[in-house]
Design a protein around this ligand. Sequence first.
Ligand code: FAD
Length: 288
Amino acid sequence: MIELTNESMSKHTTFRTGGNAAKFVIPESVEELKAVIRKCKEDNEKYLVIGNGSNLLVSDRGFDGTVIQIADKLGRITVNAEEIYAEAGAMLSAVARVARDNSLTGMEFASGIPGSAGGAAYMNAGAYGGEMKDIITYVDVIVNNEFKRMTCEEMEFGYRHSAAMEQDMIVTGISIKLRYGDKDKITAEMSELSKKRVEKQPLEYPSAGSTFKRPTGHFAGKLIEDTGLRGYRVGDAMVSDKHCGFVVNVGNATSDDIYQLICDVKEKVYAKFGVELEPEVRLIGEFE
Ligand SMILES: Cc1cc2nc3c(=O)[nH]c(=O)nc-3n(C[C@H](O)[C@H](O)[C@H](O)COP(=O)(O)OP(=O)(O)OC[C@H]3O[C@@H](n4cnc5c(N)ncnc54)[C@H](O)[C@@H]3O)c2cc1C
């Protein structure tokens, strides 16, 4: 297991911001993962499990506990007919490639989401009309220091929500069910969706994807644009001028800059439209 101290979270988040984690560990097996969590609980130490850090805003004051990164050492992918089992650390893009190589259709929607299988299940990530809950059959978790297999129903998936959020579950792996299809069509669909992302999203800058959840009956990006906030800045944090739903780091933004920008956007959109925007990005640590 890799164990580091005072590790900058800016290296582990796609916003490229955040202070230090007092401890930063990368377990190489689910047993090691379970042991780390047990130890943190025994020592009464805070812990945070992360995947690829693509939906995180970590405070500039850091995280005063142990960050446990579930990465490629815990990222095996196995195929059994139409089912794929992915350990939590497998990137969705890698799972999607395996699906394509095995002529399995149904997860093209997720091929461009830059998260891990575990993070995607935790968040019920989705795009282009699909969500993880549509393909997940079960999720393996550690809860109360025990391994448990949760059915899709038990995970209580909703829009960017899962039971893992309330019940302190650590996802160790997911099983997804796809269908046999035409490999050329799957490949074409994935490249089409990837092209759309490149065209519409500011992928040239660090970000955490859509900053806000979609409010019922609206699109966050459209509300932000119609409030006149395209290109609005706090330091080097900016409402993307390519896609107003994204906050981007155009240089040396701090997490405080990004947080202040999020607060300003929320306030201004509420003042203009009376709609409460809620961050999709997970805030970690203290913000003022
Ligand atoms: C350019 C860009 C585009 C994006 N597009 C999309 C999109 O189309 N759709 C979408 O839904 N999201 C999108 N996102 C956001 C993000 O990729 C997803 O939310 C993704 O599922 C997060 O996975 P992660 O592994 O990076 O999780 P992290 O960011 O590391 O963590 C996110 C949350 O999940 C928890 N978590 C992570 N792994 C585990 C685990 N194994 N067990 C328990 N909890 C865990 C963390 O504690 C945290 O609360 C985008 C982000 C970027 C940067």
